[in-house]
Design a protein around this ligand. Structure first.
Ligand SMILES: CC(C)(COP(=O)(O)OP(=O)(O)OC[C@H]1O[C@@H](n2cnc3c(N)ncnc32)[C@H](O)[C@@H]1OP(=O)(O)O)[C@@H](O)C(=O)NCCC(=O)NCCS
Length: 146
């Protein structure tokens, strides 16, 4: 069973490790520390057998939030970890009054796009050649029902 809970300072090392492994080069421990300090931040971790196996980071402003990072360790994928992280995060965002979420994903990241579509996100636009290697960014959004 996974437990999903807010990240705390003691998790910074594990969070940075997930960033390095899943979203290289990833955010450093210092960047993550700064992020966690901000009131606008929401960071949840999924814990399985005492180990952090996934994380999600959002930033919210008024009724809008951006999903900034979502990562699940390779050997723990396709077991619903990301789904549990998003479900818990959306509960927290609703409590803050967030009604609308958005994100950017690489057009060639078919796993993530498929995950987001399955999770109720819709494509809302594209930024051609947005990433340094020329790949488009796909913009997606999701309305949270209250
Ligand atoms: C995208 C990611 C977070 C999904 O995590 P996960 O824990 O494996 O996702 P879940 O198990 O909750 O998946 C739920 C559903 O999403 C879809 N999905 C997830 N991964 C998929 C894949 N590789 N291919 C196709 N569909 C996929 C499926 O419908 C899946 O349900 P199913 O397993 O019953 O078929 C994970 O693959 C990951 O960390 N990728 C690398 C980092 C990344 O790309 N982050 C997003 C950047 S914007």
């Amino acid at each position: 069973m996974n437990q999903v809970r807010p990240a705390r300072a003691a998790d910074l090392g594990a969070l940075a490790e997930i960033e390095r492994r899943v979203l290289p080069p990833g955010w450093s421990e210092e960047e993550l520390r700064e992020f966690l300090r901000a009131e606008s931040s929401l960071c949840l971790v999924a814990v399985r057998q005492g180990r952090i196996v996934g994380s999600v980071l959002y930033r919210s402003v008024l009724d809008e939030a951006e999903l900034l990072r979502l990562a699940v360790l390779r050997h723990h994928r396709r077991r619903g970890v990301a789904g549990e992280l998003l479900q818990a995060a959306e509960g927290g965002l609703r409590e803050r009054g967030v009604a609308h979420c958005h994100l950017e994903v690489r057009a060639d990241n078919l796993a993530a796009r498929s995950f987001y579509e399955r999770s109720g996100w819709s494509e809302s636009g594209r930024r051609p050649g947005y990433y340094p290697d020329g790949v488009d960014a796909v913009l997606m959004d999701r309305r949270l029902e209250s």
